[in-house]
Design a protein around this ligand. Structure first.
Ligand code: FES
Length: 105
């Protein structure tokens, strides 16, 4: 499904909402990554966190998450954050929401 939001500048993130889900688009050197905009530690939004390479720092407690697969990269984050298949199409993105729906059952 095409998502009509522009890719943020490299090293930046952009929150968006699609199909009732709050997501966060990350630009790592021109490559898009999308994960749930909800930290697995205390369920707060990840938007506003600092992106350094593939690692996103949660703005609340400083836990870190690898945006490539949502895996924990530093405590207090201990559980993965859901990530979604995405590809860049020009200055916009396409996200595989069918995969997301199947994953949610
Ligand atoms: S809410 Fe993200 S590290 Fe605590």
């Amino acid at each position: 499904m095409p998502v009509p939001i522009p890719l943020p500048d490299p090293g930046r993130t952009a929150p968006f909402r699609v199909a009732g889900r709050d997501l966060l688009l990350c630009n790592v050197d021109g490559a898009p990554y999308v994960l749930d905009d909800r930290c697995s530690h205390a369920r707060t939004a990840l938007a506003g966190g600092r992106l350094s390479g593939f690692v996103l720092e949660c703005p609340l407690h400083g836990g870190k998450i690898d945006v490539r697969d949502g895996s924990p990269a530093a405590p207090p984050v201990r559980r993965a954050v859901a990530c979604w298949p995405v590809r860049r199409v020009g200055e916009r993105i396409e996200i595989a929401l069918a995969t997301a729906a199947a994953r949610d059952g």
